[in-house]
Ligand binder design. Structure first.
Ligand code: F0G
Length: 456
């Protein structure tokens, strides 16, 4: 038997991709101010910018679209989605929203008062943004090992439960409107969280009467990691594991663009009746009526099918093996990555790969540019440009300088990944010829989307 798992699908519809000439790639970079967010997608050959909303839908999902009921209120599509969400997540109420950050916005709008704090293992940046936008403060309490790129742990996304208890004592429950956990931990390298840890965190939150919301975007991948790695879960199905996870929480925010296997969508779920009433009021103001919440009826139907497909064992085994395969190829050519790899992305340690550049020379940005110039591959910098602070003209650097290669779901084949590994191998072989970058323009907020650069 081969070591890898072949794609558990064959291709029925194709979307052409093309590697444009190197001179055209250079011209595109110059036009884009050396920021890959400024590239047109037809200038990109292999697009690993994000796994969010970039997946391929199945024939069952495309068929389900045709059943979409576009009634303003009480659409059949909503009730089909409700049946699936009830089964997997088991919360008393939910509302659809157009994507994950809309769920975060509504949750913060109804629960958070200025000055309050929200703990999590690690918040994703839109969650942080939504908490801050309401005058709150996001607090990350992940285990310290999460910050060590080489620490091999089964559940590197776990929260430090002792630190959480201590922090709650110091902060006071009146200042904590709700607590969270992100599964898997995207901001920390896509690392999974164990059931034991979710249970322990749930117990602490419940003892203190703090409502517990899970950021559930990659719930299926996390469930499968639990099946593979946590004792006594090997004979449970991903569905049963997901049900157990959510039984420990009071609600969840969901970006369905990941493990919902759709291109757009999300939801906010909760048990509390009173909260549901307030959420609906906010939803109607910002997203739409509670049976569609910013989505078309057909989107709800595609999501109902996608949520179930994401829990399919063959699909999950292939999904995790794809990340493991790329990680293995990169190790073979000496490219340093965050270990162990998660399921949705490989995170390259750019500072380790380009040691001749100091942090001021923005090695993450330089690597993302080299990746596009050499191979037409688009990954994103998650380092100084994305997370650093400029104070009085000086940088305060984040602990890690990374480039993320996210894997869209069911989109690229193993030979695409071979190509990515080969390009990175070539870059690694001539790493010292890669020049640093200098930022020539930076907006005040969310810098990495629109900043401009030149070669230093
Ligand atoms: N939470 C996590 C853990 C995420 O990874 C994302 C999005 C969101 C919330 C927000 O969801 O985009 O639907 O509003 N992550 C994408 C990414 C953008 O590329 O990692 P959204």
């Amino acid at each position: 038997m081969p070591k890898y798992i072949p794609e558990p699908f064959r291709i029925k519809m194709v979307e052409p991709i093309r590697l444009i000439e190197k001179s055209a790639r250079l011209a595109a970079l110059q036009r884009a101010g050396y920021n890959v967010f400024g590239l047109r997608s037809d200038e990109v050959y292999i697009d690993l910018m994000t796994d969010s909303g970039t997946g391929a839908m199945s024939q069952e999902q495309w068929s389900a679209l045709m059943l979409g009921d576009e009634s303003y209120a009480g659409a059949r599509s909503f009730f089909r989605l409700k049946e699936v969400i009830d089964q997997i997540f088991g919360f008393k109420h939910f509302v659809p929203v157009h994507q994950g950050r809309a769920a975060e916005n509504i949750l913060c709008a109804v629960l958070l008062k200025p000055g309050q704090k929200v703990p999590s293992n690690m918040h994703f940046d839109t969650t942080e943004g939504n908490i801050r936008a309401r005058g709150g403060q996001p607090v990350n309490l992940v285990n310290k090992a999460a910050y060590d790129p080489q620490a091999i742990l089964d559940f590197k996304g776990d929260m430090d439960v002792e630190a959480l208890e201590k922090w709650i004592e110091e902060t006071g429950v009146e200042n904590i409107p709700f607590g969270m956990m992100t599964i898997t931990n995207n901001a920390g390298g896509g690392q999974p969280v164990s059931m034991a840890n979710i249970r322990a965190v749930s117990k602490v939150y419940r003892q203190h009467g703090i409502p517990f919301f899970i950021d559930a975007c990659r719930y299926a991948e996390n469930s499968y990691f639990i099946k593979l790695r946590e004792k006594s879960y090997e004979n449970k199905s991903p569905l049963e594991i997901a049900q157990e996870i959510f039984s420990l929480a009071d609600g969840c925010t969901m970006s369905a663009k990941k493990d919902g296997l759709v291109n757009m969508g999300g939801f906010l779920a909760m048990n509390d009746d009173d909260l549901f009433v307030r959420v609906k009021a906010e939803l109607i103001l910002r997203e739409g009526f509670p049976t569609y919440g910013g989505l078309s009826g057909r989107d709800l139907d595609a999501l109902a099918v996608g949520l179930k497909e994401a829990l399919n064992v063959e699909y999950l085994a292939y999904r995790l093996s794809q990340a493991e395969y790329l990680a293995g190829r990169l190790r073979d050519v000496g490219v340093p990555i965050i270990e162990p790899p998660g399921a949705h992305a490989i995170y390259i340690d750019a500072a380790g790969m380009l040691p001749h550049l100091n942090r001021e020379q923005l090695p993450g940005q330089a690597l993302s540019i080299a990746l596009y110039l050499e191979g037409g591959i688009r990954g994103v910098e998650l380092g100084t440009v994305a997370f650093g602070n400029q104070v009085n003209g000086h940088w305060e650097y984040p602990s890690l300088e990374l480039v993320r290669l996210a894997l869209p779901r069911r989109v690229y084949t193993q030979s695409h990944l071979d190509y990515v590994a080969e390009v990175l191998g070539e870059i690694k072989a001539q790493a010292t010829s890669i020049k640093g970058m200098r930022m020539t323009y930076a907006p005040e907020l969310l810098r990495h989307f629109t900043a401009q650069f030149e070669i230093a």
